[in-house]
Ligand binder design. Structure first.
Ligand SMILES: *Cc1c(COP(=O)(O)O)cnc(C)c1O
Length: 408
């Protein structure tokens, strides 16, 4: 029945992809993109798609941004890699710029989000040593996502990420997100050294906390001498209309982790810190071969420059408001939509139930997005270069697909 309902969207026969030498890590959709430009993608058959996912919050500036491509080409012909055994001027420049936009003091560069969080967790352990706490506990949130390494999956508040990998790294405890009492209740625990959270939960289903929540978390951390770690890997670098989402509440975490949009597709991660947290890493305590190489740093510098020069923070806010408003008008009263939420260009549409093959139906109608939050939340992370006409098209397509979903 579903097949029939969606037949009008079907553009092509599902292709079979033979890839016997790949580990079976991903339940992939049957499409392979071969070219991208701004918010557009094309597959091998020449079908066109609007990309409202951006590689999961990565290509904030769109695909193949001409300035980024030029930077990549120039830097590839200048210097790609040396080693952290030596000074790297682009790394120093990028750290200066990142500190300026974030309010942090110092940066450690990695290659991915999980690695940036690993650095944050290691800093928390060093902080515990300073405080003579031998069994340090980090408070994390239910439904959080922090990565797939052993420590970061242990920090993530989702069984499906942890299952099969026990024993987990200790000691992470998980409390309710957006419920300040659940944090207040922990103030007797003398082993706590840090609180780690996403300012808006991404994988968890675009969960936006109440206004004031992050500020209260900051205050509790201050009162108890806990580090506040903001995982901004999905929310950061302009996504929510701020450089970093915590800036909406005028607070400063002790540690901020960043990745995804920072390289617009070139792998880079960063663990930023201020105050005492910025001083704990000393030579020999942490390191990486690739992290902070001249190539990735020059690209990230270019990303930050473009966001600044083009006023893309404002644009993200503007475009996000437009998208949200149009979605509310088009699908807000369908009865199948429970909530439309988010900030800037990070939006979630919560549906009343799990609809099977939803992402596939969108793909068949030429729209790339993703379903998260237990299969009930449509996640939109469009590029800041998406045109207003494309915003209309995104809304039309989402409207058409939701209309054709079976109501119960
Ligand atoms: C994607 C993500 C990570 C993990 O980043 P990787 O680069 O995939 O390791 C961590 N935290 C959050 C909030 C994320 O969205």
């Amino acid at each position: 029945m579903l097949k029939k309902l969606f037949s009008k969207f079907t553009r092509r026969k599902s292709k079979v992809y033979a890839e016997p030498n790949l580990m079976n890590a991903y339940a992939r959709l049957p499409v392979s993109f071969v070219r991208g430009e701004s918010a557009n993608l094309w597959d091998a058959e020449g079908n066109h798609y609007i990309d409202a996912l951006g590689g999961i919050a990565v290509t904030f500036l769109g695909h193949c941004h001409p300035t980024i491509s030029q930077t990549i080409s120039l830097q590839a012909n200048t210097l790609i890699h040396t080693s952290n055994l030596f000074h790297i001027s682009t790394q120093a420049k990028l750290s200066e710029k990142l500190c300026k936009v974030s309010g942090m003091d110092k940066v450690f560069f990695s290659n991915s989000g999980a690695e940036a969080n690993e650095a944050a967790i290691k800093i928390s352990r060093l902080y515990a040593r300073e405080k003579n706490i031998s069994n340090p506990v980090i408070v994390c949130m239910k439904r959080s996502f922090h990565g797939r390494t052993m420590a970061t999956l242990s920090a993530s508040g989702n069984d499906y990420i942890q299952k099969g990998f026990e024993p987990l790294v200790s000691d992470f405890i998980h409390i309710d997100y957006n419920k300040i009492e659940s944090l207040e209740e922990l103030t007797d625990n003398k082993n706590i050294v840090a609180v780690m959270l996403e300012p808006i939960q991404g994988e968890g289903g675009i969960i936006v906390p109440e206004k004031g929540y992050l500020k209260q978390v900051r205050q509790i951390c201050d009162k108890n001498g806990w580090l506040m770690i903001a995982d901004e890997i999905q929310t950061g670098v302009g996504r929510t209309g701020y450089w970093y989402a915590y800036q909406a509440e005028q607070i400063l975490p002790d540690i901020v982790t960043s990745a995804k949009a920072l390289g617009n597709g070139i792998p880079i991660g960063a663990c930023l810190a201020q105050g005492k947290a910025a001083e704990l890493i000393t030579p020999g305590a942490h390191g990486t071969t690739y992290g902070g190489n001249p190539f990735a740093c020059q690209v990230a510098l270019s990303v930050l420059d473009i966001i600044e020069q083009e006023n893309y923070l404002e644009r993200a806010q503007e475009l996000g408001t437009l998208l949200k408003k149009q979605l509310q008008q088009r699908i807000g009263t369908t009865g199948k939509v429970i909530d439309i939420r988010g900030r800037g260009l990070m939006l979630g549409i919560e549906l009343d139930q799990v609809y099977s093959d939803l992402a596939q139906h969108f793909l068949d109608s030429g729209l790339v997005l993703n379903i998260t939050g237990g299969g009930r939340v449509i996640r939109l992370l469009p590029a800041v270069v998406t045109t207003e006409k494309q915003i209309n098209q995104i809304v039309d397509t989402i409207g058409a697909v939701i209309d054709s979903l079976p109501s119960n």
